[in-house]
Design a protein around this ligand. Structure first.
Ligand SMILES: [Mg+2]
Length: 180
């Protein structure tokens, strides 16, 4: 189901609709949720011997139910897409195309996602940002052809938060229990 078309909708969209839109936007920009789940698995497998990738995908899904996460994705991916279309003013346009290391607003936006399941997410985010494993590395290799300035940080942040959620729930013995 697509988001309502009206640009002047008075009522906020239900969280489920925004989650669907955010997931679709990630997919349109080349990122599947199972690729994010794979990052979560890599972070957590050393701590939880019986961890399965489906636990990780479930955790990614729960992170995407948070409204601040949904809005961060829509905001960041809008800016990447507008930059790709040349619809942003200079000097911001060139800065986004370069993925300038001193820009920093991409990381700031991602931080609003990182801590939704506790500050352990911050450590996970730093790890992913530094090593750029899996799909994060692939997004970085597209530089010059695509603008993924916000996308790579958002993907790392979603994975970091989902890993933090798993760590907390594993400690509490509630990893596979609902509700989340
Ligand atoms: Mg970036």
């Amino acid at each position: 189901m697509a988001l309502r078309k009206s640009r002047l909708a008075k009522e906020p969209e239900p969280s489920g609709e925004i989650k669907q839109a955010a997931t679709m936007w990630l997919k349109k920009r080349g990122v599947e949720l199972n690729e994010i789940a794979n990052l979560v698995y890599e972070i957590q497998k050393g701590y939880i011997p019986d961890l399965e990738t489906k636990d990780c995908l479930e955790s990614v899904e729960r992170v995407l139910e948070k409204r601040e996460v949904q809005y961060a994705i829509l905001t960041g991916l809008s800016l990447d897409t507008l930059a790709e279309k040349g619809l942003i003013e200079e000097p911001l346009l060139s800065t986004l195309w370069r993925d300038d290391g001193l820009f920093g607003i991409d990381e700031i936006l991602a931080l609003s996602v990182v801590n939704v399941y506790g500050s352990i997410g911050l450590t996970n985010f730093g790890y992913l940002d530094k090593l750029k494993p899996g799909v994060i590395g692939e997004l970085n290799r597209n530089k010059g052809e695509r603008v993924n300035t916000f996308l790579d940080d958002l993907v790392a942040a979603i994975a970091a938060a989902a890993a933090g959620r798993i760590a907390h729930r594993h400690r509490d013995g509630t990893l596979r229990q609902r509700p989340c």
